[in-house]
Design a binder for this molecule. Structure first.
Ligand code: DHB
Length: 315
């Protein structure tokens, strides 16, 4: 049994897609819905449709890391919450559909949340506190005062729909503690925290061209893929240790195999998202990864994910 629950919804498998690659249109989302992904999560939306940063803006480094600075290309929130999009994306799958938002400012985020709250067929919303790629907008969750005021304003909306927050990676004990403290303060409004977004502002260089590999922000972009898996595991483990038990932790970062998913579950993840590998391999990655997890659990004699979730053994 690979099922789990998120936002009060059952996911038939505990693996689903991260917001980001191959999530911008109903065409792409329907491929996720038709796979063994346990849920479907749309691309981070802004109030209005936008095209994003100049090309080239993504780069697959060496199979170990990928870099992106897309700058939130998306069709605008109205697209992702329309009944048409939801039907075209989800079909008869019966899976939970989640949207993600990443407004340019607090007012935009509040407007989008109010809109989403009125729409049926949406199981929850992921508020992105961690986008590193919008020029002139630092990562919200690296500024704990700003993060507190954003969550305070969101809590005041008293949303009916469950809210998740997408977190950036942290690298230092006090930062983990401060972030968890802010999230715990708003625990009655937060259903899950997803750790991690990309490792912000990495630089890949093309030796032949003697240039950055991508165009926007002087070549700086968010690092993803296997290079960030160990940072992601640490963030999931720390968040699980520090967050109130009412807040689920969703693991994301560098997941490529069923074994990777198993490791995130050991660290306490309620579910695991796949971003970069979905980008590279397409939606069939969910069938492969879920199959690999089934084999590994069978080898280890586990019948459900609850049997080992959060049970990373100490030395
Ligand atoms: C983009 C990248 C992110 O990591 C994110 O959280 C939101 C948007 C982007 O570049 O499109």
């Amino acid at each position: 049994d690979l099922s789990t629950t998120i936002c009060g919804q059952t996911l038939t498998t505990c693996v689903y897609n991260a917001s980001g690659p191959r999530t911008g249109s109903s065409d792409a989302l329907s491929k996720v819905a038709s796979s063994r992904s346990g849920a479907v999560l749309a691309k981070s939306a802004t109030v209005e449709e936008q095209t994003g940063n100049p090309l080239p803006r993504t780069f697959q480094a060496d199979g170990k890391g990928s870099l992106n600075s897309e700058g939130l290309p998306n069709k605008g929130i109205d697209y992702y919450i329309s009944q048409n999009t939801i039907e075209e994306s989800m079909g008869e799958s019966g899976k939970p559909y989640f949207v993600s938002i990443s407004g340019h400012n607090l007012a935009d985020n509040l407007d989008m949340l109010k809109k989403i709250d009125k729409v049926s067929g949406i199981s929850g919303v992921e508020l992105n506190l961690a986008c590193p790629n919008v020029i002139g907008h630092p990562i919200i969750a690296y500024d704990f005062e700003q993060m507190d005021s954003v969550l305070s304003a969101v809590a005041k909306l008293k949303l009916k729909k469950p809210l998740g927050v997408k977190m950036p990676p942290y690298f230092d004990g006090p930062h983990f503690e401060q972030a968890a403290k802010v999230l715990n303060k708003y625990k009655s409004s937060i259903s899950y925290a997803a750790s991690i977004n990309t490792v912000g502002n990495a630089l890949v260089i093309d030796t032949v061209a003697e240039m950055p590999a991508i165009n926007p922000k002087g070549g700086f972009g968010g690092l993803s893929g296997p290079a960030v898996k160990y940072t992601a595991l640490a963030n999931v483990k720390k968040m699980r240790d520090l967050l109130d038990e009412s807040i689920d932790v969703v693991g994301v970062g560098g997941v490529e195999t069923g074994e990777d998913v198993f490791q995130f579950l050991l660290c306490g993840a309620q579910a695991v998202q796949v971003g970069t590998k979905h980008w590279i391999e397409g939606a069939s990655c969910f069938d492969r990864i879920v199959g690999e997890l089934e084999v590994l659990m069978e080898e280890k004699g586990y019948k459900s994910v609850e049997e080992f979730r959060g049970k990373l053994k100490p030395w």
